[in-house]
Design a binder for this molecule. Sequence first.
Ligand code: SF4
Ligand code: SF4
Length: 171
Amino acid sequence: MRTFPEYISDLFGGIKSLLTGLSVTWKELWTKKVTQQYPENRSTLVISDRFRAELVMPHDENNEHACTACGICQMNCPNGTIQVIPKMVETEDGKKKKLLDRYVYDLGMCTFCNLCVLTCPSDAIKFTNQFENATFTRGKLVQQLNKEGSQLRAKKPAAPKTQIQTPPKEA
Ligand code: SF4
Ligand code: SF4
């Protein structure tokens, strides 16, 4: 059985412990906050340019992209996130040409490894840092990256090669 002095000692010990805890709470109440409140901080939120949030296919003002439907990104994707669906068209000179019909990307499957971007020979795809991609169903994470009615950008004609002038031999 506890003696009266021990009881008083425990009582004051408990009060001291309570006051120590409250002093920490009081101090933290007045220190500068470091926790960010999302989405309230949307206007000031800084996301690094390097952050990989979503794969996109840039289109220019003529609704043209650079994807040749070669399928290299699809082959290099480790988990089947990309589906390149080509179509065959006939050119003016009667030749068959493979063009992109649909470029399907499943954001829900992507591991953001960047292999597709690094291996694309046409620089046709890239990652953006737009991270607000939450949806209510997984199906909505499957997107077509080539826009409706878009087409392959025509290659610019190669610049003429400059001739290297060799100096005439001395007699
Ligand atoms: S980032 Fe990686 S996982 Fe995502 S689509 Fe590209 S290759 Fe596939
Ligand atoms: S995005 Fe690049 S690698 Fe993928 S199919 Fe198009 S051109 Fe080929």
